[in-house]
Design a protein around this ligand. Structure first.
Ligand SMILES: [Zn+2]
Length: 153
């Protein structure tokens, strides 16, 4: 059985002409060395007791799992800090959701023609919890905030 060709394709779709020396990845040795390391999937562990992140206890449980993964060296500090940041955003939006549920009723079956405009205005006017900065308004600001707050040492 002949050695198959490297499965790497460049941006224009042209397949690498080298032989696939690395049988696991199906890539030549050069492309196998450059391929990103497969990152383990911790989704199951991180979401097992997270209650879909709809309760503070669930976010707390997920952060506890994240802590253990980081302490055991099984997840990169960078990945962990991004996940922790997303967790903090999930946590911070829970009071806003409570406020929303308390003050507004959504009727999915028969939408009121005036409701969308009203709820859009209400969403903008939702109070920020005491001691919290407002969430970044744009994706660029969001990314800048993550990178600024979680610079690796
Ligand atoms: Zn190759």
């Amino acid at each position: 059985m002949p050695t198959p060709r490297c499965q790497y394709r460049n941006a224009t779709g042209r397949q690498c002409a080298s032989l696939a020396g690395d049988r696991t990845s199906g890539l030549c040795l050069r492309h196998a060395a450059n391929a990103p390391a497969s990152s383990p999937d911790f989704r199951e562990a991180l979401t097992r007791d997270a209650y879909d992140f709809q309760r503070p206890q669930g976010v707390n449980n997920s952060l506890g799992v994240l802590y253990n993964l980081l302490a055991e060296g099984r997840i990169s500090p960078r990945r962990a800090s991004v996940l922790a940041y997303i967790s903090s955003l999930l946590l911070r939006t829970l009071p806003a959701i409570d406020y929303d549920n308390e003050h507004y009723t959504y009727n999915d079956a028969e939408p009121d023609e005036q409701a969308p405009a009203e709820s859009a205005v209400a969403a903008e006017q939702q109070p920020v919890p005491p001691g919290k900065d407002p969430l970044p308004a744009t994706a660029a600001e969001f990314a800048a905030a993550v990178l600024d707050r979680h610079k690796p040492n």
